[in-house]
Design a binder for this molecule. Sequence first.
Ligand SMILES: [Cu+2]
Length: 251
Amino acid sequence: MNWNKAKEDAEMQIERASFSTLFLAAIFTGMMATTPAAAGSAPAVTGKVTLQGLPMKAKPINMSSEPGCAKLYSTPPTTEDVEVGPGGGIKNVVVYVSAGAPEQSGPPAQPISVEQKGCRFTPHIVVMQANQELRVVNEDATTHNIHPLPSVNREWNKAQPPGTPPIEETFAREEFISVKCNIHSWMHSYFVVLKTPYYSVSDENGTFKFENLPPGKYTVTAWHEVYGKQTQEVTVSGDEMQPLSFVFKAK
Ligand SMILES: [Cu+2]
Protein backbone atom coordinates (compact mmCIF):
# COMPACT_ATOMS: atom_id res chain seq x y z
CA MET A 1 0.00 0.00 0.00
CA ASN A 2 1.25 3.39 -0.97
CA TRP A 3 1.92 5.22 2.24
CA ASN A 4 1.23 8.62 0.68
CA LYS A 5 -2.06 7.42 -0.79
CA ALA A 6 -3.15 6.13 2.62
CA LYS A 7 -2.26 9.48 4.19
CA GLU A 8 -4.26 11.37 1.51
CA ASP A 9 -7.29 9.12 2.03
CA ALA A 10 -7.12 9.66 5.76
CA GLU A 11 -6.88 13.46 5.32
CA MET A 12 -9.82 13.44 2.92
CA GLN A 13 -11.89 11.49 5.38
CA ILE A 14 -11.06 13.99 8.09
CA GLU A 15 -11.98 16.84 5.75
CA ARG A 16 -15.29 15.17 4.87
CA ALA A 17 -16.00 14.59 8.55
CA SER A 18 -15.24 18.23 9.40
CA PHE A 19 -17.33 19.40 6.49
CA SER A 20 -20.36 17.35 7.63
CA THR A 21 -19.89 18.61 11.20
CA LEU A 22 -19.77 22.17 9.94
CA PHE A 23 -22.76 21.56 7.69
CA LEU A 24 -24.81 20.11 10.56
CA ALA A 25 -23.66 22.94 12.82
CA ALA A 26 -24.85 25.45 10.21
CA ILE A 27 -28.28 23.80 10.00
CA PHE A 28 -28.49 23.68 13.78
CA THR A 29 -27.46 27.35 14.13
CA GLY A 30 -30.05 28.24 11.49
CA MET A 31 -32.71 26.47 13.52
CA MET A 32 -31.55 28.20 16.66
CA ALA A 33 -31.72 31.57 14.94
CA THR A 34 -35.26 31.16 13.60
CA THR A 35 -37.00 28.97 16.18
CA PRO A 36 -37.09 31.43 19.10
CA ALA A 37 -38.50 34.23 16.90
CA ALA A 38 -41.26 31.86 15.73
CA ALA A 39 -41.96 31.14 19.39
CA GLY A 40 -42.57 34.86 19.94
CA SER A 41 -39.23 36.12 21.18
CA ALA A 42 -39.16 39.08 18.79
CA PRO A 43 -37.44 42.19 20.15
CA ALA A 44 -39.40 44.52 22.41
CA VAL A 45 -40.91 47.64 20.84
CA THR A 46 -39.32 50.56 22.64
CA GLY A 47 -39.03 54.28 22.08
CA LYS A 48 -39.54 57.79 23.34
CA VAL A 49 -42.16 60.50 22.97
CA THR A 50 -40.86 64.05 23.08
CA LEU A 51 -42.25 67.56 22.84
CA GLN A 52 -40.89 70.15 20.44
CA GLY A 53 -41.34 73.62 21.93
CA LEU A 54 -42.34 74.86 25.36
CA PRO A 55 -44.83 72.81 27.36
CA MET A 56 -47.81 74.28 29.19
CA LYS A 57 -46.97 74.65 32.85
CA ALA A 58 -48.67 72.40 35.38
CA LYS A 59 -51.00 74.47 37.57
CA PRO A 60 -51.64 74.09 41.30
CA ILE A 61 -55.05 72.53 42.02
CA ASN A 62 -57.30 74.49 44.38
CA MET A 63 -59.11 71.99 46.62
CA SER A 64 -60.39 74.56 49.13
CA SER A 65 -64.05 73.78 48.35
CA GLU A 66 -63.49 70.35 49.96
CA PRO A 67 -61.50 70.80 53.20
CA GLY A 68 -61.20 67.01 53.60
CA CYS A 69 -59.22 66.95 50.35
CA ALA A 70 -57.23 70.19 50.85
CA LYS A 71 -55.93 69.05 54.27
CA LEU A 72 -54.23 66.04 52.65
CA TYR A 73 -51.60 68.32 51.08
CA SER A 74 -49.07 70.73 52.60
CA THR A 75 -48.47 72.21 49.11
CA PRO A 76 -51.24 71.88 46.50
CA PRO A 77 -50.78 69.10 43.93
CA THR A 78 -50.50 70.12 40.27
CA THR A 79 -52.46 69.31 37.12
CA GLU A 80 -51.48 66.17 35.20
CA ASP A 81 -52.75 66.80 31.66
CA VAL A 82 -49.32 67.90 30.40
CA GLU A 83 -46.22 66.58 32.15
CA VAL A 84 -42.95 67.08 30.30
CA GLY A 85 -39.56 66.01 31.71
CA PRO A 86 -36.27 67.93 31.54
CA GLY A 87 -35.27 66.18 28.27
CA GLY A 88 -38.62 67.00 26.64
CA GLY A 89 -40.05 63.53 27.32
CA ILE A 90 -43.86 63.51 27.56
CA LYS A 91 -45.43 61.43 30.32
CA ASN A 92 -48.77 59.61 29.95
CA VAL A 93 -48.73 59.03 26.20
CA VAL A 94 -50.48 55.78 25.30
CA VAL A 95 -48.46 53.97 22.60
CA TYR A 96 -50.24 50.96 21.13
CA VAL A 97 -50.60 48.71 18.09
CA SER A 98 -53.59 50.15 16.25
CA ALA A 99 -53.51 47.85 13.19
CA GLY A 100 -51.98 44.53 12.21
CA ALA A 101 -51.93 42.79 15.59
CA PRO A 102 -53.27 39.24 15.81
CA GLU A 103 -56.92 38.90 16.91
CA GLN A 104 -57.39 38.37 20.64
CA SER A 105 -59.49 35.51 21.93
CA GLY A 106 -60.80 37.60 24.81
CA PRO A 107 -59.81 40.13 27.45
CA PRO A 108 -57.32 39.25 30.21
CA ALA A 109 -58.91 37.75 33.35
CA GLN A 110 -57.25 40.15 35.76
CA PRO A 111 -59.03 43.47 36.35
CA ILE A 112 -57.59 46.95 35.84
CA SER A 113 -57.80 49.17 38.92
CA VAL A 114 -58.22 52.89 39.36
CA GLU A 115 -58.13 54.53 42.77
CA GLN A 116 -59.71 57.71 43.97
CA LYS A 117 -56.94 58.70 46.32
CA GLY A 118 -55.91 62.11 47.63
CA CYS A 119 -58.96 63.39 45.75
CA ARG A 120 -57.46 62.48 42.39
CA PHE A 121 -57.82 59.59 39.99
CA THR A 122 -54.74 57.34 40.20
CA PRO A 123 -53.31 56.58 37.72
CA HIS A 124 -54.26 59.60 35.64
CA ILE A 125 -54.43 57.52 32.43
CA VAL A 126 -56.06 54.11 32.85
CA VAL A 127 -55.60 51.68 29.96
CA MET A 128 -57.74 48.56 29.65
CA GLN A 129 -58.75 46.13 26.93
CA ALA A 130 -62.29 45.96 25.57
CA ASN A 131 -64.48 43.95 27.99
CA GLN A 132 -61.71 43.72 30.59
CA GLU A 133 -63.03 44.35 34.08
CA LEU A 134 -62.38 47.82 35.49
CA ARG A 135 -62.43 48.17 39.27
CA VAL A 136 -62.85 51.63 40.81
CA VAL A 137 -61.84 52.00 44.45
CA ASN A 138 -62.32 54.95 46.82
CA GLU A 139 -59.37 55.18 49.22
CA ASP A 140 -60.42 58.59 50.59
CA ALA A 141 -62.57 59.52 53.58
CA THR A 142 -64.58 61.71 51.17
CA THR A 143 -67.47 60.71 48.90
CA HIS A 144 -66.48 60.73 45.23
CA ASN A 145 -68.39 60.27 42.02
CA ILE A 146 -67.10 58.68 38.88
CA HIS A 147 -68.60 59.75 35.60
CA PRO A 148 -67.07 58.53 32.30
CA LEU A 149 -68.24 60.48 29.23
CA PRO A 150 -68.03 58.01 26.33
CA SER A 151 -69.56 58.46 22.88
CA VAL A 152 -69.52 54.87 21.56
CA ASN A 153 -69.69 53.01 24.89
CA ARG A 154 -72.48 53.01 27.50
CA GLU A 155 -72.36 56.03 29.81
CA TRP A 156 -72.65 55.59 33.58
CA ASN A 157 -72.36 57.82 36.60
CA LYS A 158 -71.92 56.46 40.12
CA ALA A 159 -71.35 57.93 43.58
CA GLN A 160 -68.84 56.13 45.80
CA PRO A 161 -68.99 56.96 49.52
CA PRO A 162 -65.93 56.07 51.65
CA GLY A 163 -65.64 52.41 52.62
CA THR A 164 -68.04 51.14 49.94
CA PRO A 165 -67.10 48.18 47.73
CA PRO A 166 -65.30 48.66 44.42
CA ILE A 167 -67.39 49.66 41.40
CA GLU A 168 -66.97 47.05 38.67
CA GLU A 169 -67.63 47.95 35.05
CA THR A 170 -66.51 47.09 31.53
CA PHE A 171 -66.35 48.96 28.22
CA ALA A 172 -67.04 47.00 25.06
CA ARG A 173 -65.59 49.29 22.39
CA GLU A 174 -62.27 50.93 21.67
CA GLU A 175 -62.43 54.57 22.84
CA PHE A 176 -60.59 57.37 24.65
CA ILE A 177 -63.05 58.30 27.40
CA SER A 178 -62.86 61.51 29.38
CA VAL A 179 -63.71 60.84 33.04
CA LYS A 180 -64.77 63.28 35.75
CA CYS A 181 -65.98 63.37 39.34
CA ASN A 182 -69.21 65.36 39.51
CA ILE A 183 -68.43 66.44 43.09
CA HIS A 184 -64.87 67.73 42.60
CA SER A 185 -64.40 69.72 39.40
CA TRP A 186 -60.60 69.30 39.39
CA MET A 187 -60.79 65.49 39.30
CA HIS A 188 -60.20 64.33 35.76
CA SER A 189 -58.73 61.30 34.02
CA TYR A 190 -58.99 59.23 30.85
CA PHE A 191 -60.07 55.64 30.43
CA VAL A 192 -58.38 54.28 27.32
CA VAL A 193 -60.12 51.18 25.98
CA LEU A 194 -58.04 49.22 23.44
CA LYS A 195 -58.60 46.07 21.42
CA THR A 196 -54.96 45.08 21.72
CA PRO A 197 -52.77 43.85 24.58
CA TYR A 198 -49.76 45.51 22.91
CA TYR A 199 -49.54 48.93 24.56
CA SER A 200 -47.50 51.02 26.95
CA VAL A 201 -47.99 54.31 28.79
CA SER A 202 -44.91 56.56 28.61
CA ASP A 203 -43.11 57.30 31.87
CA GLU A 204 -41.78 60.66 33.15
CA ASN A 205 -38.90 60.43 30.62
CA GLY A 206 -41.29 59.85 27.73
CA THR A 207 -40.08 56.28 27.24
CA PHE A 208 -42.28 53.31 26.47
CA LYS A 209 -41.85 49.57 25.91
CA PHE A 210 -44.07 46.65 25.03
CA GLU A 211 -43.05 43.06 24.42
CA ASN A 212 -44.01 39.78 22.75
CA LEU A 213 -45.33 41.32 19.54
CA PRO A 214 -44.76 38.61 16.89
CA PRO A 215 -42.69 39.51 13.81
CA GLY A 216 -44.80 41.39 11.27
CA LYS A 217 -45.89 44.80 9.97
CA TYR A 218 -47.96 47.04 12.24
CA THR A 219 -49.34 50.51 12.69
CA VAL A 220 -48.29 51.98 16.02
CA THR A 221 -50.23 54.96 17.40
CA ALA A 222 -49.20 57.41 20.10
CA TRP A 223 -52.08 59.25 21.81
CA HIS A 224 -51.91 62.13 24.27
CA GLU A 225 -54.91 63.86 25.81
CA VAL A 226 -53.73 67.36 24.80
CA TYR A 227 -51.35 66.78 21.87
CA GLY A 228 -53.51 64.28 19.99
CA LYS A 229 -52.52 61.29 17.87
CA GLN A 230 -49.64 60.22 15.64
CA THR A 231 -49.08 56.98 13.79
CA GLN A 232 -46.07 55.11 12.38
CA GLU A 233 -45.71 52.01 10.23
CA VAL A 234 -43.40 49.59 11.98
CA THR A 235 -41.80 46.27 11.00
CA VAL A 236 -40.89 43.85 13.76
CA SER A 237 -38.46 41.14 12.70
CA GLY A 238 -36.34 38.59 14.52
CA ASP A 239 -33.45 41.02 14.58
CA GLU A 240 -32.76 43.90 16.85
CA MET A 241 -35.21 46.79 16.50
CA GLN A 242 -34.44 50.50 16.39
CA PRO A 243 -36.24 52.49 19.11
CA LEU A 244 -39.24 54.45 17.77
CA SER A 245 -39.47 58.19 18.10
CA PHE A 246 -42.67 60.26 18.32
CA VAL A 247 -42.41 64.06 18.37
CA PHE A 248 -45.38 66.27 19.24
CA LYS A 249 -45.43 70.04 18.71
CA ALA A 250 -46.23 72.29 21.66
CA LYS A 251 -49.57 74.11 21.53
CU1 LIG B 1 -64.24 63.41 43.79
